[in-house]
Design a protein around this ligand. Structure first.
Ligand code: DP6
Length: 382
C-alpha cells in the first residue's frame, strides 16, 4: 500500500490526558535510558476536565520533518525521550484508510511520513504538578490513535514510561500501580516490557474522595525530577533503604487500603510516603529542597516569609491528632504545591473553610478541588 499521490491531505487525532498524583512515590531509576524505576509506585488519576494536557497530532505528505509546539511555542524534538516514543509508536503503526477522502497509508509508510504535534497544558508546566505525566501519556495515546496502533493500554503505558516515568500511570483512570518490572538491569533482550502500569481500581471505586490542590507557586522547579532522582540514587543511603525495605511493604498496605476504602490507613500511608520522599531529597548530596518558602506576605514595616508547607503539614497533622484518627491526607511532589485529600465532600468543605481561614488567598495562591468520581481515563477529544 502506498500513500496517495495527491499531497494536499492532512490526518489528525486529538486526545486529552489527566495528570496523576502519586500516593506511594516513584523516586530513582535503575535504568536511565529506558526509565526503569527502583520501586513500584501507586497514584490517583485526576479528573481530565481539570489538570490535563490536550494534544493534537497531524500527519501530511507536506510535512518535511517532525515538529512540536508546547503551549504555542515550538520545542525541540531531538531529545531521546521524544525520539523513543515516536520510534516505538511508528514501529507498531497499522494501515490507515480514509475512504471518503481517498487517503490510504500502509504501515510501511509511517517511517517516511512526518508528524506535527501541538500540545497544551491547562496548568503550570514543570511546577511539580506532573505536567510531564499528562504530556507524555497524551502524546503516546494520540500518536497511537493517529497511526492505528492496536496495543492494549498496558503496552502503551510502557511506551509512555519511556517519555517520563510517571506518565505510564496517566494511561489509566482511578487508582493505578506502576509495576517496576522484574529485570533488575536491562540488557538487549530485556527492554523493560514488564515495567508497566496496571489499574488497581477504576474511577468509580472510591468516588467519595475529594482532592484539593493548593497551587502556591507556578514557577518552574529548580531541580527537575530527573536530575533530583539521579542525584538521590547516587548519594542517598536512605533511598536504598526506602526502595528495598519500606516501599515493598507500603505498596501492599496501600493496595489493601484502596481495596477496602480504608481512609485512615490510606491517609497515614500517603502522608508517610510524602514525608519520606522529601527526607530522601534532604538526604541527597547536595540536598534538594522541593518544599520551598513560597508564600510571601507583605505586612507594614516588615516582610514575613510564610513557610507554607511546614504550616500546612502541621495544620493537617494537628487536625488528625485532635480527631484521633486521620480525617485528611496531604502529599507534596517535586514542588511546593500541596495536594490535600478528604474522604468525602463534607470533610472537604470543612477543609476548604479552614484552609481559607488559616491561609487566606494571596495573589499567588489558588485552590482547586477535584472530585474523584468525575474522573476517567485518557479521552479522545475529537
Ligand atoms: C515526585 O516522572 O517526572 O512526582 O521519569 O525522570 O521524567 P522522569 O521523572 P518524573 O518523576 C515524578 C516524581 C514524583 C513522584 C511520582 O510521580 O511518583
Amino acid at each position: 500500500m502506498a500513500t496517495e499521490s495527491k499531497k494536499d491531505w492532512i490526518l489528525m487525532a486529538t486526545a486529552r490526558s489527566p495528570t496523576n498524583i502519586a500516593v506511594v512515590k516513584y523516586w530513582g531509576k535503575r535504568d536511565e535510558a529506558l526509565i526503569l524505576p527502583i520501586n513500584d509506585s501507586i497514584s490517583v488519576t485526576l479528573d481530565p476536565s481539570h489538570l490535563c494536557t490536550t494534544t493534537t497530532v497531524a500527519v501530511s505528505p507536506n510535512f518535511d520533518r517532525d515538529r512540536m509546539w508546547l503551549n504555542g511555542k515550538e520545542i525541540s524534538l531531538s531529545g531521546g525521550r521524544y525520539q523513543r516514543c515516536l520510534r516505538e509508536i511508528r514501529s507498531r503503526a497499522g494501515d490507515v484508510e480514509d475512504e471518503k477522502r481517498g487517503i490510504c497509508i500502509g504501515k510501511e509508510d509511517w517511517g517516511k511520513l512526518h508528524v506535527h504535534i501541538a500540545s497544551y497544558n491547562n496548568f503550570p508546566t514543570a511546577a511539580g504538578l506532573a505536567s510531564s505525566a499528562a504530556g507524555f501519556a497524551c502524546l503516546v495515546y494520540s500518536l497511537a490513535k493517529l497511526m492505528n496502533v492496536r496495543e492494549e493500554q498496558g503496552k502503551l503505558s510502557a511506551i509512555a514510561r519511556q517519555g517520563s516515568g510517571s506518565a505510564c500511570r496517566s494511561l489509566f483512570g482511578g487508582f493505578v500501580k506502576w509495576e517496576m518490572g522484574k529485570v533488575l538491569k536491562c540488557t538487549k533482550d530485556s527492554a523493560g516490557s514488564d515495567s508497566i502500569a496496571v489499574q488497581l481500581a477504576d474511577e468509580q471505586h472510591w468516588n467519595d474522595l475529594v482532592i484539593i490542590i493548593a497551587v502556591v507557586s507556578s514557577r518552574q522547579k529548580e531541580t527537575s525530577s530527573t536530575t533530583g532522582m539521579r542525584e538521590s540514587v547516587e548519594t542517598s543511603p536512605l533511598l536504598h533503604y526506602r526502595s528495598t525495605e519500606v516501599v515493598p511493604k507500603r505498596i501492599l498496605q496501600m493496595e489493601e487500603a484502596i481495596r477496602t476504602r480504608d481512609f485512615p490507613s490510606f491517609a497515614r500511608l500517603t502522608c508517610a510516603d510524602s514525608n519520606q520522599f522529601h527526607a530522601v531529597c534532604l538526604d541527597t548530596s547536595p540536598p534538594i529542597f522541593y518544599m520551598n518558602n513560597t508564600s510571601h506576605r507583605q505586612v507594614p514595616h516588615s516582610f514575613i516569609v510564610t513557610n507554607w508547607f511546614f504550616r500546612i503539614i502541621s495544620f493537617m497533622e494537628k487536625w488528625n491528632r485532635f480527631e484521633g484518627t486521620p480525617q485528611v491526607a496531604y502529599t507534596f511532589d517535586a514542588g511546593p504545591n500541596a495536594v490535600l485529600i478528604a474522604p468525602n465532600r463534607k470533610v472537604a468543605s470543612l477543609l476548604l473553610q479552614r484552609l481559607l481561614f488559616y491561609f487566606p488567598p494571596s495573589t499567588d495562591t489558588e485552590l482547586k478541588s477535584f472530585v474523584l468520581g468525575d474522573q476517567s481515563i485518557v479521552k479522545d477529544a475529537g
